[in-house]
Design a protein around this ligand. Structure first.
Ligand code: GLN
Length: 245
């Protein structure tokens, strides 16, 4: 099966090797006999049809300011694609712009596309370090790295991606991290995220394949020994020092 990923602003929003998430999805699709095609979607480019999964990485306030106006113009097309069942994975700065707005450290309010029920306001101190989450909805944990000034506030009733076991998470207070809504996932977790969290990579891949095929997709499990070790090391680091300024 062919599955198409729309990679938003790869030249602007790609810190902490966020691009590595695409490499993981490509390889995990290949190992199951599927072919993953990546379509870059840049400034002024239209949102192509037939995208099964949209992906956007993180970036500094400056890069977010360079893309947010253009992203706002794409908001309707992205909303329609998600309405039609396309999946979406957004990391950090990209995650913030999936909400209503991001007020950056200079106080400028960058418009978001409102795909997720949240808004973000930058604070004084950056929240940096290893993170470990409990994802009760999947009975699994997620491990990664965070570095953000933004404090993200979820609307009442919004679903977080996970509960913080170690680290700061959305705002360093609520005890939650990220947000998920159907096949749309937002998170502060860099690293990149997916190499050390193969279950979540398969979750996002299965959602993209479900859109491509029109039906739910079961992926046969892979050995993932190295991935499990990477997760364990990352989780141990988070437990040891996550969530401290
Ligand atoms: N610039 C945003 C912040 O500081 C996002 C940072 C990032 O993507 N790592 O919160």
């Amino acid at each position: 099966m062919n599955v198409t990923v729309g990679h938003l602003y790869p030249d602007y929003l790609n810190i902490y090797a966020d691009r590595g998430n695409i490499a993981v999805l490509t390889e995990r699709a290949r190992l199951r006999g599927h072919e993953l095609r990546v379509v870059p979607i840049g400034l002024a480019g239209a949102v192509p049809n037939g995208i099964d999964l949209f992906y956007v990485g993180g970036g500094q306030d400056r890069e977010q300011a360079l893309v947010s106006g253009d992203l706002e113009k794409k908001g309707e097309a992205l909303g329609a694609a998600v309405e039609d069942g396309a999946a979406f994975l957004a990391v950090c700065g990209g995650y913030q712009l999936l909400g209503r707005f991001y007020r950056d450290r200079a106080g400028a309010e960058l418009p978001g596309i409102g795909l997720l029920p949240l808004h973000t306001v930058a604070g004084e101190r950056r929240m940096i370090g290893d993170v470990l989450l409990e994802c009760e909805w999947a009975g699994r944990t997620l491990a990664g790295f965070e570095n953000h000034a933004g404090r993200t506030h979820l609307d009442e009733g919004a679903e977080p991606l996970g509960r913080v076991l170690a680290g700061f998470g959305n705002d360093g207070e609520s005890g939650f991290e990220g947000c998920r809504q159907g096949r749309v996932y937002g998170t502060y977790l860099h690293g990149p995220l997916l190499p050390r969290n193969p279950w979540f990579a398969d979750r996002v891949l299965a959602d993209a394949l479900a859109h491509a095929t029109g039906g739910e997709v079961e992926l046969e499990p892979l050995a993932d020994e190295l991935e499990a070790q990477a997760h364990a090391v990352s989780a141990a680091r988070a437990r040891a020092r996550g969530g401290r300024y």
